[in-house]
Design a protein around this ligand. Structure first.
Ligand SMILES: Cc1ncc(COP(=O)(O)O)c(C=O)c1O
Length: 388
């Protein structure tokens, strides 16, 4: 059964057309309740038992593992994408002169860590730009990435969809090519995971790092990372007592333990048992798994079909259907159109989208319906008329 609009599960302001999940998702009511319960729990701290420091992560990790097709012990809790990429940077094995393949105008959390590590280890960053012009852009860009991966490549770092223009990268092809040359594949899933299916095994991903507050629909300041075997004996960014073996036994904490927990758990951020944020992200993941990313894509595809049709007729650019996700559309305006005027008209009509670079980013979800798309279409129509 295709999904219908799920707005009733949110508390979104009725007066706005919120087409901006790539900025931040609104709160599901179930997520809000979980957070409030977490706040209330500390009224009586004696009700938080020692195993409560570990049980929240034990509930959350299998859910995210299921979402990306791996095992729970491959998952680490992180406070931000920058932190997750910091783990990767710290543990990157590359010799001087090696290469990092990255993409043009990626989000800074998937750029700055590599600049630092490149400087420290004497590596070269090969940033792959999209082709000139719009004809076959997504396909050609993907091809250029594959061609840039060479025997000297130590790591390929990219997102699943570009955060500003929505171009989708073929992770399966990139993963295959990366493995042929012995490189690791590192993916920022913040603008896709939750709404777009991903399989870390099929794509041969070594690290998948996701902020939690957009398409995972969780709170701010808690994200999740998949870390493959490459990282099993690595060095975490901090030495949290919680990540050592046997730390559940509070009587033995000063029998200092040299061994980390197995798998990715050595990388869990300090105080990751956060009694407010963890239950919130857990509730969000439960809902997403119930909905399923494929159904979210199908809903967004159907919802935005009239918009895409309109845009293509009126000279806007949007990435080709085979090379985009359905949940994040980056629109480029027709030649000569004034972005500031459009922004003002959108704001006046309470149509909430983002402008990133020269792209208007429209990112719907299950709480949107035809009225939201209609409102956007009406603004675009008035904008077009205003331009004559
Ligand atoms: C693609 C992408 N990655 C990461 C982030 C957030 O990064 P961080 O968690 O380091 O603040 C954003 C925020 O907009 C994003 O769009």
């Amino acid at each position: 059964m295709p999904l219908t609009c799920q707005k009733h599960l949110f508390s979104l302001d009725e007066t706005v057309h919120y087409l901006n999940c790539s900025y931040m998702s609104p709160l599901l009511r179930s997520v809000e309740t979980a957070g409030l319960e977490g706040v209330a729990a500390k009224r009586n701290p004696f009700r938080i038992p020692p195993d409560g420091f570990f049980s929240g992560a034990a509930r959350l990790k299998p859910l995210f593992a299921q979402l990306v097709n791996t095992q729970p012990d491959r998952i680490a809790l992180i406070p931000s994408v920058a932190y997750g990429m910091g783990i990767v940077a710290r543990n990157l094995k590359a010799s001087r002169g090696g290469q990092i393949v990255a993409i043009h105008e990626d989000f800074p959390s998937n750029v700055y860590p590599w600049r630092r590590v490149a400087e420290e280890k004497g590596l070269h960053i090969r940033t792959v730009a999209p082709p000139e012009g719009t004809d076959g852009r997504g396909e050609k860009w993907n091809q250029a990435i594959l061609e840039a991966i060479s025997p000297g490549t130590a790591m390929v770092a990219l997102p699943h969809v570009h955060w500003a223009d929505g171009t989708r990268f073929d992770l399966e092809a990139v993963g295959k090519r990366a493995k042929e040359v012995g490189a690791i594949l590192v993916v920022d899933g913040t603008q896709s995971v939750g709404a777009l299916l991903i399989d870390v095994q099929q794509c041969r991903i070594d690290a998948l790092v996701c902020g939690g507050y957009k398409w995972l629909m969780g709170p701010y300041s808690l994200g999740v990372a998949y870390l493959g075997e490459y990282f099993d004996n690595g060095i975490p960014l901090e030495e949290s007592w919680m990540n050592r073996q046997g730390s559940e036994d509070f009587r033995r904490l000063v029998e200092y333990e040299p061994g980390y927990r197995l798998g990715a758990a050595r990388y869990d951020v300090g105080e990751h048992s956060n009694f407010i944020l963890l239950p919130m992200l857990t509730a969000a993941l439960e809902q997403i798994l119930e909905w399923k990313p494929a159904s979210i894509q199908a809903y967004c595809r159907q919802l935005t079909a009239p918009l895409i049709h309109y845009l293509l007729e009126r000279g806007y650019w949007v990435e080709d259907s085979g090379w985009r996700g359905e949940h994040l559309l980056g629109l480029r305006l027709p030649a000569g159109a004034d972005m500031a005027t459009l922004q003002e008209m959108l704001a006046q009509r309470q149509v909430l989208v983002s402008v990133r670079g020269d792209s208007v980013r429209v990112s719907p979800h299950l709480y949107n319906d035809e009225r939201d798309i209609q409102a956007l279409l009406e603004v675009l129509e008035a904008f077009g008329k205003g331009r004559g």
